[in-house]
Design a protein around this ligand. Structure first.
Ligand code: FES
Length: 172
């Protein structure tokens, strides 16, 4: 069962958070010309700044580009690169591909879930980590694999996964 305290897809913004989003959006939109083909670059920029696409931002972008909100929301949900809910600062990806699976990838995933206290698709309550699974990271020779941000960890075991997170915690 998923950790109930993990961040899932219910997002309630405080008034000050809304004001911050509004303020940052004004800066983000400033260089754009209100052209329809600017939608994706704007969404990419918003995601870079906030780490996800806040609903409020998508409504404002729709107004700015004079597009129906459904077009903006549709684009935001269509592309896997966009996230609609806030996610942790550090992305942990555990490979679920065949090569990793046959070499114990599921056990590694369970250990990572235990260490972080979240299931795939969730973020830790402190927003430090989000956990994802991937079909293959393209390093099958190192299976089972895990990636934290841009760093790949190969030949993972449950012990090694525990050590990686212990080491990260020590460095924090
Ligand atoms: S299957 Fe895991 S890296 Fe390819």
């Amino acid at each position: 069962m998923a950790n109930p305290s993990a961040v899932q897809d219910i997002q309630v913004l405080l008034p000050e958070q809304e004001a911050t989003i509004e303020e940052r959006l004004t800066e983000i939109l400033y260089p754009y010309q209100c052209k329809e083909d600017e939608l994706i670059p704007i969404l990419q920029q918003v995601q870079r700044v906030f780490g996800y696409l806040p609903e409020l931002a998508m409504k404002r972008i729709a107004k700015f580009l004079k597009l129906p909100e459904s077009t903006v929301f549709g684009t935001g949900t269509f592309y896997a690169q966009f996230k609609l809910v806030p996610s942790g600062r550090n992305i942990v990806r555990v490979c679920r591909g065949t090569a990793c699976h046959v070499r114990g990838g599921a056990r590694v995933l369970r250990e990572v879930e235990k260490r972080l206290g979240v299931k795939p698709g969730e973020s830790t309550p402190d927003m430090e980590y989000c956990l994802e699974t991937v079909a293959c990271i393209g390093a099958c020779a190192l299976a089972p694999t895990m990636v934290i941000n841009n760093k790949t960890y190969g030949q993972m075991t449950t012990k090694k996964a525990a050590e990686v997170f212990n080491q990260i915690r020590r460095e924090e």
